[in-house]
Design a binder for this molecule. Structure first.
Ligand code: HEM
Length: 146
């Protein structure tokens, strides 16, 4: 089924684009909650985005990458259609894993002491910047593909 944004994209790509932008904004709102010391609301906001994004990767982005990009690698990496989406996927996996690690560290007692960072600000700011870099590469992928 075709999408609703007036491009050549399928419905799921348009839904993914809108939800990704919404989640990127939600992370910025979550950062403001932390600045106001509303740590519980901050944790719920950022944790929900991490979980929702896992669903978006599993249902939309990974299947699309497996079918549309992986069969052409590494031969067609000079083509931006494949290189931009591959950089996006590599950074996206990194951002998702880092996010899950931060949620585990900050929101649970499951990690052994040796794996617990203390500098929350540094880790969370790094994650927010990386996440937005991934969104930019995602939007570039959408632009190149559709
Ligand atoms: C923090 C994690 C991630 C963010 C914020 C993110 C964000 C985005 C955005 C904004 C788009 C454009 C909308 C679209 O074309 O559907 C997109 C598309 C895409 N992403 Fe991601 N992404 C992430 C992780 C991943 C991962 C881990 C993979 C691959 C394993 C991946 C593969 C793709 C592919 C193939 C598309 C094009 C989908 C299509 O249009 O059919 N992304 N992503």
């Amino acid at each position: 089924m075709s999408g609703f944004l007036g491009t050549n994209a399928l419905l799921e790509a348009d839904i993914n684009l809108v939800i990704q932008l919404f989640m990127g904004i939600a992370l910025l709102v979550g950062m403001m909650l932390a600045r106001r010391r509303c740590y519980r609301a901050h944790g719920i906001c950022q944790g929900s985005v991490m979980m929702l994004n896992l669903v978006m990767i599993a249902l939309i982005m990974f299947p699309s990458f497996r079918e549309g990009v992986i069969p052409e690698l590494p031969g067609r990496l000079r083509n931006p259609y494949y290189s931009v989406s591959t950089v996006h996927a590599a950074l996206g996996i990194t951002a998702q894993l880092l996010g899950l690690y931060i949620v585990l560290r900050a929101g649970t007692n499951l990690l052994p002491r040796a794996l617990c960072f203390q500098n929350y600000k540094l880790w969370m700011r790094t994650e927010l910047v990386l996440w937005w870099v991934v969104i930019v590469f995602g939007v570039a992928t959408y632009y190149l593909w559709y």
